[in-house]
Design a protein around this ligand. Structure first.
Ligand code: FES
Length: 326
């Protein structure tokens, strides 16, 4: 039986089927609420349950409740919710596409560049910073596009190999060109607002660089000279696996600044040290008129969110893409 999901202080009422999470029901009805991982890990979708009862995985939660994961919660009754934001969304914009592996390049010992091409005449429509889901063995794995939206005959993904990972290890080790892969695209809250001139602070750890690369190549393509300061964090220097490309932006673009951050720097390291989120916060120096994009490990993203919000950043100016090992 369908349940009614009413967004507080609006006249929006969404029908939710029994199997729908609140996030899925909202999207089917043409509304998007903030999300990133869709797996109950990153906290981006947290919102308030004002009336009614939901089930979050195996736990029943009754209103009032402040921190409800809308990507996991399924209404058990009609409910009233207050998400941190909501926007109009076109449910037909997300599509399942058959792709084929074009090539796999190893960018470092454990990071592969996986290039997927779509059938002739088919384009994947996405915004810089968004991600796709690979549907594999009945499960999904999420990867951000590293290519900009205008080069959408293919999808370039940065895949970190995790020991025992179903896709990143088991599949990728034996994959070969022309192998078919089913993808669903696009997803994601990390989307650049093109008409804003506010400075952008971007933080990444590991393959969180992929959406940053897409955003930067989009800005360069559109000749948008919005001030960007990019902080890329890792343990060791090889973790910053495309630093030559980033350094070339730093040299050529007077609106772009790059700060590499290592937690275990080598002797003579000239960049920042410690956590990438702390280095970026130091740069903020109380100037909260900016947009912050954080892409990478869930810990970095949630620490960055807490630090920047505590420092006075508006929650609406914090965007993230939290990665879950796959
Ligand atoms: S926890 Fe819900 S989107 Fe990440």
């Amino acid at each position: 039986m369908t349940k009614a999901v009413h967004i507080d202080a609006t006249d929006i009422v969404i029908d939710s089927e029994e199997s729908d999470t609140i996030l899925e029901a909202a999207e089917k009805s043409g509304y998007s609420i903030p999300y990133s991982c869709r797996k109950g890990v990153c906290s981006t979708c947290l919102g308030t349950l004002i009336k009614g009862e939901v089930q979050d995985r195996s736990i029943n939660i009754k209103a009032p409740a402040d921190s409800v994961y809308f990507c996991q919660a399924k209404p058990l009754t009609d409910v009233v919710i207050r998400p941190t934001d909501w926007t109009k969304y076109d449910p037909t914009s997300r599509k399942k596409l058959d792709a084929k592996i074009k090539k796999i390049n190893w960018l470092s010992t454990d990071i592969a560049e996986l290039v997927l091409r779509f059938p002739i005449g088919v384009r994947a429509i996405f915004n810089a910073g968004q991600y796709l889901n690979i549907i594999f063995d009945g499960q999904t794995r999420s990867y951000s596009m590293a290519n900009p939206p205008h080069k959408n005959a293919e999808a370039v993904l940065h895949v970190r190999k995790y020991e025992g990972g179903l896709f990143s290890d088991a599949f990728l080790a034996n994959a070969s060109p022309n192998e078919k892969i089913l993808v669903e695209v696009p997803f994601g809250d990390v989307q650049l607002t093109l008409d804003s001139h506010e400075p952008l602070i971007m933080l990444a750890t590991g393959t969180g660089f992929a959406p940053v690369k897409s955003i930067m190549e989009n800005l360069i393509h559109l000749n948008i000279k919005r001030p960007v300061h990019f902080f890329w964090g890792g343990r060791h220097e090889p973790d910053l696996y495309m630093s030559d490309l980033v350094k070339s932006w730093n040299e050529k673009l007077d609106w772009f600044t790059y700060t590499p951050v290592l937690s275990q720097p080598p002797e003579g390291w000239a960049g920042e040290t410690g956590w990438v989120q702390s280095a970026a916060l130091k740069h903020l120096k109380g100037h909260t008129q900016c947009s912050v994009y954080a892409c990478g490990s869930n810990k970095m993203v949630s620490d960055a969110r807490d630090l920047f919000i505590d420092a006075g950043l508006d929650i609406g100016d914090f965007h993230c893409d939290a990665f879950v090992p796959a």
